[in-house]
Design a protein around this ligand. Sequence first.
Ligand code: PRP
Ligand code: URA
Length: 208
Amino acid sequence: MEVTKLNHPLVSHKLSILRNKKTGTKEFREIIGELSTILCYEAMKDVELEDVEIETPICKTIGKKLDEDKFAFIPILRAGTGMLDGLMKVIPNAKIGHIGMYRDEKTLKPNTYYYKTPKNLESREVFVLDPMLATGGSGIDAINMLKESGAKKIKFLCIIAAPEGIKKMQEIHPDVKIYCAAIDEKLNEHGYIVPGLGDAGDRIFGTK
Ligand code: PRP
Ligand code: URA
């Protein structure tokens, strides 16, 4: 399974602002959105296009067309919803699902409290959205459920991935490609990514 990490000066610059504990909620949320748009471009590099006949003000020509309806974006609540606008900006007609999960602070195991996805997942390109891939537990469980619902083509988009989470995801879901803006050093004893950016959900929604 592949891991694609964004490699661009602008991404490095924006990541530093995200990581800074002094960055406020508004700017944090905006940058999560911007990086998500860039991740979306990267994750769509290999999608199939159809020919379409169009007429420019000058002449007829053949262009390329994307079937936006084929895409399903599935944010993992809460923090994943912070990424959604960034993708909807460029693929506004994608279908949206939601998976509600929270990590138990002691065991670090995910608990699922909500699951609702678009129909016909088997024929869609499914992008799972969550800013943080830490132990990997939440992403892996979310993908288990999506596969049970029929999803076959799944990509996982995150802002920061820990090596531990990447390894576990590769073991359990070797067919799922990971796209991230950074791969950090490790997890700490509380399951937080180091250096990371703290609790993504709290920083997006200002709940700390
Ligand atoms: C965070 C994050 C991921 C999960 C990652 O969510 O958004 O969903 O932890 O950790 P893992 O890879 O070890 O499972 P959290 O459970 O804090 O919920 P929230 O989005 O509601 O803040
Ligand atoms: N979830 C977060 O929001 N941040 C981390 O560093 C790990 C899990």
